[in-house]
Write a protein that binds this ligand. Structure first.
Ligand SMILES: Cc1cc2nc3c(=O)[nH]c(=O)nc-3n(C[C@H](O)[C@H](O)[C@H](O)COP(=O)(O)OP(=O)(O)OC[C@H]3O[C@@H](n4cnc5c(N)ncnc54)[C@H](O)[C@@H]3O)c2cc1C
Length: 431
């Protein structure tokens, strides 16, 4: 079953590539990040082509919960402690500006855009909320503490960012992409300097943006060490109470709430992709107890790329590849992050300065505890003597009983039961 967004809106269709092509900028990947890059580059008069392996929005973007907020869990206390006020403040500003950009664009696009308060709650720990509030005060942002919430959970309270937003991502993008040069069903198999190789033809470009969610070039940038994927499950309930606002648990593995029309979107069950999961069970049990008269209209699951330090990787792919760019690692907050990424890359491609270049630079220090976790996970699953193996880097795949797929615990590639790739970074089928 597809997501609510896929069921309730239609995207324009685009032909696949039929012959060799040439452009100034090639964008690989038609999710929120790639499509916004193509949109802003075109608006700036930069000739570009976007290629998408399947249908645009067929990846994480078509399966998101589409909250548009600068409140990314309880990130600001952690950013402040690790990087100081300047970087934490830049992160906040980049995401608030992204929210404003959506607000402006959505004035002319009918896409269910609505202003909402955003809440991050903790079930038991008020101290972490107090710390976050103090961090936000230091950054000059006025957030509020709320002790009582309109969701059926006993909490220690929540931090509220007022006047954030939510929308229907496919309705938004179906308007945004209308005049763009897009080729669907055109997977890039290999990249050479200035050239992308697809099964239908080659595309020459002065500059290339990799917006494929998990970057698929291993030779540069070490993204296979710098990223892992985290998967979560969403159900859309009819007949459940509207909580008024957007809510998420601070742990990253609890429940998430938002409404869409007369439906409640309830998310949960988060886990590292390719590891044991309870699928939709957490959300379904909660719904059964707390909304006994509601029924599930549809359910879906998706995953996102998580970085070592909680900040996305946006900018030059690596120090060795001057004309290759990347936008990835949105840590489940890819609505504002993809917008910030597209605005930054549009500037970099045109040789313009941008205040956020250093903050998001993919070449920043990698020395974080998560690096060791990623390396150990990859090693353990690489030496496991079971088949089938992932064609990306050879890790042992694990069968996902909830979604009937073979999932990679190292980097999150997924394959259907016939061995065809569903999610990257793998670009080939299982042998
Ligand atoms: C359960 C869940 C809920 C979320 N909710 C929110 C939310 O409420 N708010 C928020 O801000 N963020 C949210 N996110 C995160 C957000 O949805 C993502 O960060 C964002 O959609 C990622 O966009 P993308 O363009 O990077 O990737 P994608 O949308 O996955 O796009 C990448 C595209 O590249 C294509 N591709 C891959 N390889 C190739 C190739 N070799 N050649 C051509 N094309 C290729 C793929 O087919 C795909 O279409 C959520 C994430 C999850 C997992």
């Amino acid at each position: 079953m597809g997501s609510l967004w896929e069921m309730t809106a239609e995207l324009p269709k685009f032909e696949s590539l039929k012959r060799d092509a040439k452009t100034d900028v090639l964008i690989i990947g038609g999710g929120m990040a790639g499509l916004l890059c193509a949109y802003f580059l075109k608006k700036s008069g930069v000739d570009n082509i976007l290629v998408e392996a399947g249908r645009i929005c067929g990846g994480t973007t078509g399966n998101t919960t589409a909250k548009i907020t600068a409140q990314h869990g309880l990130i600001y206390d952690s950013l402040l402690r690790r990087f100081g006020a300047e970087k934490a403040g830049l992160y906040l500003r980049a995401n608030l500006e992204a929210l404003e950009k959506y607000r402006l664009m959505c004035e002319n696009i009918s896409c269910g855009f609505s202003e909402q308060n955003s809440f991050v709650y903790s079930l038991t720990d008020k101290e972490v909320l107090d710390k976050e509030l103090r961090a936000l005060e230091k950054l000059g942002y006025h957030a509020k503490f709320c002790s009582s919430l309109s969701i059926p959970l006993k909490t220690a309270g929540a931090i509220c960012f007022e006047k954030q937003a939510q929308f229907h991502p496919i309705m938004f993008l179906s308007e945004t992409v209308k005049d763009l040069a897009i080729f669907e069903n055109t997977r890039v198999r290999k990249l050479r300097p200035g050239k992308a190789i697809t099964e239908y033809g080659n595309i020459e470009a002065e500059k290339i943006i990799v917006a494929t969610h998990f970057p698929f070039i291993n030779r540069h940038g070490s993204y296979f060490l710098k990223l892992y994927q985290h998967r979560s499950y969403v159900i859309a309930l009819k007949g459940a109470e509207n909580p008024g606002g957007m809510y998420i648990d601070c742990s990253g593995e609890g429940l998430s709430f938002r409404e869409s029309g007369d439906l409640l979107l309830l998310g949960g069950g988060g886990h590292r992709s390719g590891t044991k999961s309870r699928g939709w069970l957490d959300a379904e049990i909660f719904a059964g107890k707390n909304y006994p008269n509601a029924r599930t209209l549809c359910r879906w699951a998706t995953q996102d790329c998580m970085t070592l330090d909680g900040i996305p990787y946006v900018g030059r792919y690596s120090k060795m590849t001057p004309n290759l760019y990347v936008a990835t690692g949105f840590n489940k907050w890819g609505m504002t992050s993809a917008m910030a990424a597209a605005l930054l890359l549009t500037d970099l491609i045109q040789g313009k300065k941008n205040a956020y270049e250093r903050l998001f630079s993919p070449s920043r220090s990698m020395l974080r505890p998560q690096l060791a976790v990623n390396a150990v996970e990859s090693f353990v699953h690489f030496i496991k003597p079971v088949s089938p193996r992932c064609p990306h880097m050879g890790c042992a795949l694990k069968y996902n009983v909830h979604e009937h797929s073979w999932d990679c615990p190292c980097h999150g590639s997924r394959f259907d039961e016939q061995g065809e790739p569903i999610n990257g970074p793998a670009v080939r089928s299982i042998e």
